[in-house]
Design a protein around this ligand. Structure first.
Ligand code: ADP
Ligand code: XUL
Length: 517
């Protein structure tokens, strides 16, 4: 029975999916929630709250401790890891980890008598890692763009204009703020390549999917771009790991995991990728034709692309598709965190979002609009939070109208910001924590006026990582794996309500005017 493991180190949790690729079954699912299970890191939602000047960081030791805890739980529950043939993973994109030159040596000498954190924390030259929510690098973005001849050049080379959360501008800010620690840094890894390295006990490369989220990779050449690298930080070229195709094998799993947790010594680690590229695979959307909306901590919209087309407004991105070619990606900061903020403020439950709120208000919310930027937004760029209302009477700004306004606002914004893709989807595939909410799914169906499907297997990023591992190590056929694992949930399709189409068009017009103002 060929078994593979797909891991997913997301913003809020680390999960594992154990898959029997022949039978097409999920053998086991396990998850560690950073906030709940590792409260000592002061990161209830996976990042350290209260960062200054737009900084959002997480402790990279937390990810190590989570990896130990995850495997401890698998072992304690008697999950048989001795048959595992392949492992790969998915990491939240853009987060960067700064390590001394001793990192490879420490990796190869990991002892099962101790834990990962104690053995590797001495390698860190930066105690915290900026993650994708960090918006502190506007100055560095401008500097990089100017140095290479403008944002048009950055976008043509890397698939995105210089973006605050992308790793290149984050690296520049660190090199400027702490030149001593920068000089001591031997390598800069992404969350994905850092954890792949730990798992394999040897330094892993960065794949084209996640590498494209750094403003450092030349999309056409699939290589580090000399101009962008030089414009970012002195000495960066020597500190960047190898940039590799997503089907690259890192090597056998580290003896650490074999001795400590009984993981098969012959299991092979495939290079990890970013969560959105992995999700593309896990949703069965790696070949062009399907549009995916992922409702995780952030909301993202992505699709495989036959050719690389860039967003004229500069908000959208082009990444490498782990299965070859390219993918588009648009990321919205006001995803689940904004929905949670409204849920808390009005003392609601997710059930309220599902039923009452949606049943009691008409689609289009009777013309009452709300720009839903409960947090600063990246698509479109809004440096500070800002909720703007239009068409509301005194006393109306309460639940349930607010819930509908928030959701319709979020997805109308998504529809407007994705027009540059030139794709009229026939079906939207929905994934991520909030996708199970039927109320939210209905609003997505209405705003886009297409059916919404969810997959039978949840956790598309971990699933995609597992599928990638099976294809590269076990020579499994992608189409066969998709047929087994990426089936839509039976009876779970949500159809658009055609009577809402007109209201949705009116709302889009109103929303565009509000955005312009
Ligand atoms: P990530 O991968 O970014 O860590 P997930 O895809 O696991 O995030 O999604 C987590 C989010 O899903 C939570 O923050 C929560 O807001 C949201 N969520 C979970 N259950 C529901 C639900 N029933 N309805 C709406 N949102 C939900
Ligand atoms: C994508 C992005 C987020 C993170 C975390 O550009 O910033 O989707 O990958 O999920």
């Amino acid at each position: 029975m060929p078994t593979v493991i797909g891991l997913d180190s997301s913003t809020q949790s680390l999960s594992a999916l154990l898959m029997d690729t022949e039978a097409g079954t999920i053998l086991h699912e396990e998850s560690v929630n950073f906030g709940k299970d590792l409260p000592q890191y002061g990161a209830p939602s996976g990042y350290i709250p209260g960062g200054k000047d737009g900084e959002v960081h997480a402790d990279p030791r937390m990810w190590l401790e989570a990896l130990d805890l995850l495997f401890t739980r698998l072992k304690e529950q008697g999950v048989d890891l001795s048959k595992v043939e392949a492992v790969s993973g998915s990491g939240q994109q853009h987060g960067s980890v700064y390590l001394r030159s001793c990192f490879p040596e420490k990796l190869s000498g990991l002892s099962a008598d101790s834990d990962l954190k104690s053995q590797l924390e001495g390698c860190l030259t930066r105690s915290t890692s900026p993650i994708w929510m960090d918006g502190s690098t506007s100055e560095e973005c401008a500097e990089i763009a100017t140095a290479v001849g403008g944002n048009e050049v950055v976008c043509a080379k890397s698939g995105s204009i210089a973006i605050e959360r992308f790793s290149g501008p984050q690296i520049r800010r660190f090199a400027k703020k702490d030149p001593t620690a920068w000089a001591e840094t031997g390598s800069v890894h992404l969350v994905s390549s850092y954890l792949a390295s730990v798992l394999a006990g040897a330094e892993a490369g960065i794949d084209f999917g996640d590498g494209a989220g750094m403003n450092l990779m030349n999309l056409a050449d699939e290589a580090w771009d000399e101009d962008l690298v030089n414009a970012t930080a002195e000495g960066l070229a020597e500190k960047l790991p190898a940039l590799v195709s997503s089907d690259t094998l890192v090597g056998n799993v580290s003896v650490y995991f074999t001795e400590k947790y009984g993981l098969n010594a012959d299991a092979i680690v495939t290079v990890w990728s970013g969560d959105n590229p992995c999700s593309l695979v896990g949703m069965g959307a790696a070949t062009p034709g399907k549009v995916v909306i992922s409702l995780g901590t952030s909301d993202t919209m992505f699709a495989a692309m036959p050719n690389a087309v860039t967003d004229p407004n500069g908000y959208g991105h082009v990444f490498g598709n782990p299965m070859g070619g390219y993918m588009s990606l648009i990321c919205f900061m006001n995803g689940s965190l904004a929905r949670e903020a409204v849920k808390e403020e009005y003392g609601l439950s997710w059930d309220d979002f599902e039923t009452e709120a949606l049943a009691s208000e008409p689609a289009g919310n009777a013309g009452r609009l709300m720009l839903p930027f409960v947090k600063p937004e990246i698509t479109p760029l809004r440096d500070s939070a800002g909720i703007t209302f239009s068409g509301w009477e005194e006393g109306e700004k309460s639940h349930p109208a607010i819930v509908r306004a928030l959701l319709e606002g979020q997805f109308t914004n998504m529809r407007i910001q994705s027009e540059w893709l030139g794709v009229q989807p026939e079906v939207v595939l929905l994934t991520g924590g909030a996708s199970k909410n039927n109320g939210i799914a209905q609003i997505v169906a209405n705003v886009f006026q297409v059916p919404v499907q969810r997959l039978a297997v949840s956790g598309s990023a971990a699933l995609g990582a597992g599928i990638r591992a099976a294809v590269t190590v076990c020579w499994a056929d992608l189409a066969e794996l998709e047929a087994k694992f990426c089936r839509p949930e039976e009876g779970g399709e949500i159809k658009p309500e055609p009577q809402t189409a007109e209201a949705m068009i009116a709302m889009k017009k109103g929303f565009e005017a509000l955005l312009g103002a």
